[in-house]
Ligand binder design. Sequence first.
Ligand code: C2E
Ligand code: MG
Ligand code: MG
Length: 430
Amino acid sequence: MYVLFSTLPNEKSSKNSTEETEKRRHLQLDIKKAIALGQFRIHLQPLVNLDTCEITGAEAFIRWDHHIYGTLLPEEFISIAEESQFILEMGDWVLNEVCRHYKNWMKEDLPPVKISINVSSLQFLQEDFADRILNIISSHGLNPDFLVIEILERVMIRDYQQMKLSIDKLHEMGIKVALDDFGTGFSSMEYLSRLNIDILKIDQLFIQTIPQDKTNSAITDAILTLAEKLGIQAIAEGIETDEQLEFLRKCGCQFGQGYYFSAPLPPAECKKLIQARYLIPEPSPRTPVDIRDKRAYPRYKFHQYLEASMTILKYDGQDVHVGSTLVLIHDISGGGLCFYSTVSLPLKSNLFIQFSTSLLGRHINLYGTPVWGKEVQEGLFKYGVRFRISEQERFKLLKLIEEIRSRADRGDTILEGDFTLLSPYSYFNI
Ligand code: C2E
Ligand code: MG
Ligand code: MG
């Protein structure tokens, strides 16, 4: 049943890269019209006190509803906005939008949480950066001390003098400064205190592999100790499981955010959470739980089984090289999938698996961890997998599922893809 790794034919990848170049060209042209066309939105993700589960803040992320490409995440367009300096206008738009919502919340007596915005180094290194921020906030009749400005750690060393000037001015206004994605850049520890950075945001890259990955666990613990000693607040980003939360609590991390508490939400949804003040998460499954019960992402059951190549990529933080095996996918949702296999897998959250298949003419790779499993007949196992994918990948998958569902609603149940007419019993010859 084991097969070798399969690679995509070159023809396909060069087609993809032409498409990507074409898309980038379109986005470069369209981005300048996006504000006028009302295509930008913000989403807000609550920031939580990890000990009390009280919401203490929220972070704003920009989204672009493009008329052809659908909802785009910042990764796809921030660099485009930076190339043309449009990022300055876009940054102003985000702050205006944040102020508009915050003003309404204050009128409705919402708890006075802090709101973070992400800014590009191009914005931050403008001489008039702090004045520009103050002008926008004042135009809404707000006091600036509700705001936190997040800058990426990797840009911190670019222009020390200008950084210092901007940070000092922001501090005078009562605005706090956070270093985002901390641990991935190369900031000098000395700069951290000389620049009076208020907050360190520990990169989700570390958080997502704790506590299994010993190196990342040690780094996270060390950053928390460093922050405490320097009197800087630390925030863990990208918390997805209760094991991660437990580890962070043990290391004394007081603040965090992540899907475990809440995904980034439209402002009206986030407002409801802030109004409720406490965000008590539902524990993520430690013991096998049927992910089909997850109402957040309704599953789609295929009319035939979808063949996929399964590869175990990591186990207990270590890379695994055992080749691939074919499995049959029974159903899929934005949260996970259910598949049949002849391989007996350990149900461990530190097992990281890849599934490669072809669906609607697209080659897709999905990543996740098995959360439940049972032997349905001797030698045949059925598993539920929870995806560990980025929000962007989830978006793409949800769109694909939507497309399949709407085709099925139109009676079109024969889909292009690696489908087999065989049942798992015949397919696996059991
Ligand atoms: P960031 O500020 O480090 O934001 C964290 C990213 O992780 C966000 O992605 C968020 O949606 C996602 N995220 C939150 N919780 C989880 C989780 O539990 N698991 C996983 N896997 N992901 C989680 P998003 O919105 O795609 O933003 C990506 C980056 O784009 C941000 O990283 C930030 O650097 C930048 N960005 C976002 N909005 C803006 C903006 O308005 N202006 C600028 N200049 N940059 C922005
Ligand atoms: Mg951020
Ligand atoms: Mg970050």
